[in-house]
Design a protein around this ligand. Structure first.
Ligand code: NDP
Length: 351
């Protein structure tokens, strides 16, 4: 059996066109243009890329975006002051603080300060708390897990009573995904790095959401025949050989910087070097082992292969429905952000 593909690109396109229609109706009916403020602190290259993509997507659907960039030396009180200003800015209906924040900024305080009416990323503790509570509804739900639910729904998954397994319990994906499944009356198991016998737990799943950041970890024999499999992972993977070693190179969640994983018998997992995808510059060259073909590696890196947390080729032979990587969950995250920003502006118009 070969699973049916869950096409995130076309489902996300549908969400975006719904948003486009909603934005022009809102403008016509109440003269309001939805506005999203993005807050970027520091110079994390991947974060800059994500924020640029989000602002471009806003422009495409008619949402105005306001980009705020603070340097890596910004203080907690500068970030806090900015959020306070945005909370009372009437042109701003959604506030997106790009994570991760630099180490010396207290993320918990910053996220809790965002007005819950403008918390379009859904990370405010009140929104997350309501997500986990029976009989309560959050104003906003985190975009990636919400996108996973839409993909499942559109592909015909039935939630009540289904055995749902979530791999990963991060605040941004695993945990809210689990709470969403529970809200839809699935019977839930959440796995993490301490879970025993993952394959056996996964084999019980009618619905499996994988969000671990481990390239192709979920194998075909972990899957219940006919299951719905949602692969959140975005990992770069490529393999390089030296005379006596093989290096599997992975980069999880970081678009431009990668680390090499030494797979030799005693090599273990260690960072041995970094390559800038754009420039091809190799940093910490001293840590690269003797004899490694750096130029060859750079070439491989440039045509790197994105893989998920699921071994697609194996799992598609067993599952009933499966998301590809790329083209599955990824496109849904920004689409849900646009949708949340529109909803926030509509709520203001309805007041
Ligand atoms: P985190 O690193 O924050 O969390 C990973 C989770 O997986 C943790 O709960 C961890 O357990 C668990 N885990 C790690 N290794 C194992 C293992 N060997 N066995 C069982 N559990 C394990 O990652 P994120 O949730 O932020 O992201 C997960 C993946 O999703 C990444 O590949 C990321 O790039 C991708 N992603 C994709 C998005 C999209 O738009 N498509 C958006 C956000 C993320 P523990 O808690 O015990 O440490």
């Amino acid at each position: 059996m070969t699973a049916r593909l869950i096409d995130g690109i076309s489902i996300a396109a549908r969400v975006r066109s719904e948003v486009t229609v909603g934005v022009s109706k809102l403008l016509k009916d109440s003269g309001i243009t939805p506005g999203l403020a993005t807050v970027l602190v520091g110079d994390n290259v991947a974060s800059e890329t994500y924020v640029r993509a989000k602002r471009k997507a806003c422009a495409e659907v008619g949402i105005e975006s306001f980009g705020h960039v603070l340097s890596s030396s910004a203080t907690q009180s500068e970030v806090v002051d900015l959020i306070r200003d945005l909370n009372v800015d009437s042109q701003v209906h959604g506030i997106l603080v790009q994570l991760p924040l630099p180490d010396d900024i207290n993320e918990e305080e910053v996220l809790a300060l965002i007005s819950i009416e403008k918390d379009v990323d859904g990370f405010h503790p009140v929104n997350i708390g309501k997500l986990g509570m029976k009989g309560r509804e959050p104003l906003f739900v985190p975009c990636t897990p919400d996108g996973c639910m839409r993909l499942l729904q559109e592909s015909g998954a039935e939630f009540p009573g289904a055995n749902a397994v979530v791999l990963g319990r991060s605040n941004i994906v695993g945990l809210p995904a689990a709470m969403l499944l529970l809200k839809r009356n699935a019977t839930l198991t959440v796995c993490h790095s301490g879970t025993r016998d993952l394959p056996e737990v996964c084999r019980q799943a009618d619905i499996l959401i994988a969000a671990v950041g481990r390239p192709e970890m979920v194998k075909g024999d972990w899957i219940k025949p006919g299951a719905f499999v949602i692969d959140v992972g975005i990992n770069n993977k490529w393999v390089s050989h030296t005379a006596d070693r093989e290096f599997l190179c992975v980069s999880s969640g970081e678009t431009f910087i990668a680390h090499h994983q030494d797979l030799s018998e005693n090599g273990g997992r260690k960072r041995v070097g970094y390559i800038d995808k754009d420039s091809g510059d190799v940093y910490s060259r001293d840590h690269l082992p003797e004899g490694i073909d750096v130029e060859g590696l750079v070439k491989l890196f440039r045509k790197n292969r994105l893989v998920g947390d699921v071994d697609f080729d194996e799992v598609k032979e067993v599952a009933g429905h499966i998301t590809p990587v790329p083209g599955g969950v990824g496109p849904m995250t920004i689409a849900q952000l646009l949708s949340n920003t529109l909803r926030s502006a509509q709520a203001l118009a309805d007041k």
